[in-house]
Structures are given as C-alpha cells and as structure tokens.
Design a protein around this ligand. Structure first.
Ligand code: PGA
Length: 250
C-alpha cells in the first residue's frame, strides 16, 4: 500500500517570517492527518527557519532544487549537504520552471538526482509534457525520454527512494487541471516505465504525485484515482487553510 503524500511547493514566495507564520498556522490544522505524509518546500532562504518551526510535527521539509556537487565554484547554487544541514530531508528536482528558466536538461536532472540520493536526500523528480507536446501526440514519448534520461544508471535500491511528480506544464499555474483520467493515464505510463526499468516491486511501491492547479475543489477527484498517490501543489499551498483543506481530501 503506497502512503499518499501531499507536498506544497512555495516557489519564490514567502520571507522567513511569512514562512514561519505559515508553519505555525498549519501545524494545528494538520496535526490529526495520519492518512498521508506532508511536505512543504520553502525557498532556500527560509529552509532552516521552516525546518526549526516544523520540528516535532508531521510536516517534513523539502528544498526546491539541489546542485550535483558536494561543494565548489558554483555561484548561487546549494549543495545536498547544505540542504540537509538546514534541516530539510527532501529535494524537488527537475521542476518545469527550472527546466524552462534555467535550461535544465534531463542529464542535469540525472546528476542532481544521483547527488541527492548519495547524500541521503529523498528526491521528488518532476516530469511532464508541454501543451504543444500534448497537442502533437508526443506526451507519452516525452515522459519516456525524461524517465529514461533522468533515471539513467540508478540501481533498484536507489530507485526505491524516489518520488515522481507528474506535472503537465500546461496545467501549472494556469487553473487548467488535467482531468483525473488524463493524469491517471500518464501515471500508468510512468509506472510501466518503472516496471520495465526497475522491476515490479519498485513499480508497485513508487509514489507518483500529480501537480498542476491542484486545489481544495479538485483534490478529491484526483485522489480517487488509484494511480494518483498524492499531489505537488503550487499556488494553493501558499495559504495554510487551503493547503490544509487539500491535505484533508478524504
Ligand atoms: P500550481 O503549481 O499548483 O500553482 O499549478 C504546481 C507546481 O508547479 O508544482
């Protein structure tokens, strides 16, 4: 049985004070949420403060990105060890906004993923097609490319520690959600790629989150799909009340 996971990706929002207020408000709202795992991903500047505020609660903390080197001359980047040092235990890798804003490639995603795993971080790897790729019938091929290149060279034990987020780019921040059936179809595709690459046990254990305009109003329909194991939530994760409503989808 896969344990559902609801993650909030705050992107470039919230100062340290705002982030700490959020966690203080969220904790009592989700204290009884034992049916799922809970994660928030603040910007780097607020990581340590959020981890300290969340300590002892059921809220786990993720970075939004990670560099592949342990240290070095990489201005503006943050290493896996620094993230762990700040108190976070997960890292989002390959979000479409990083692929778009910073030209991140599948190969870089692969390097980041290996570094995160080696350091002991739990990776949430994002994949998903653009509108144009879907319209031209290439959605499945894009997922296959991202999966094959992104997860290249991983061992089965490595793969068992990964969480995937399927985030169709056309649904992110647009208010256009994939229908639960569309999302489930892509999730099934990803699970079959996992089966081919890493065996049935890994495929059955793999958690695949859906991301793209998830809101309190649509989470229930998405979570009703057996293929959907949780959500990566952007906009609707910025207010403690709406994030808590998503967490309490049942
Ligand atoms: P959104 O973002 O919920 O605002 O669409 C999701 C994401 O980018 O992870």
């Amino acid at each position: 049985m896969r344990r559902p996971l609801i993650a909030g990706n705050w992107k470039m929002y919230k100062t340290i004070g705002e982030a700490m207020d959020f966690v203080a408000r969220l904790k009592p709202l989700v204290a009884d949420a034992s049916h799922c795992e809970l994660v928030v991903a603040p910007p780097f500047t607020a990581l340590a403060a959020v981890a300290a505020t969340a300590r002892g609660s059921n809220v786990r903390v993720s970075a939004q990105d990670v560099h592949w080197d342990a240290e070095g001359a990489h201005t503006g980047d943050v290493s896996p060890r620094m993230i762990l040092d700040a108190g976070a235990t997960l890292a989002i890798i390959g979000h479409s906004e990083r692929r778009h804003d910073h030209n991140e490639t599948d190969e870089q995603v692969n390097r980041k993923l290996r570094a995160a795993l080696a350091a002991g971080l739990e990776p949430i790897v994002c994949v998903g097609e653009t509108f144009e790729e879907r319209e031209t019938g290439r959605a499945a091929a894009v997922l296959e490319r991202q999966f094959t290149n992104g997860f290249r060279g991983l061992t089965s034990p490595d793969f068992s520690r990964i969480i995937i987020a399927y985030e169709p780019v056309w649904a992110i921040g647009t208010g256009r959600t994939a229908t639960p059936e569309m999302a489930a179809e892509s999730h099934a595709k990803l699970r079959s790629l996992a089966r081919e690459g890493f065996g049935s046990e890994n495929a059955e254990g793999l958690r695949i989150l859906y991301g793209g305009s998830v809101k309190p109003e649509n989470i229930r329909g998405l979570m009703a799909q057996p293929e959907i194991d949780g959500a990566l939530v952007g906009g609707a994760s910025l207010m403690a009340e709406s994030f808590a409503a998503i967490v309490h989808y049942r």
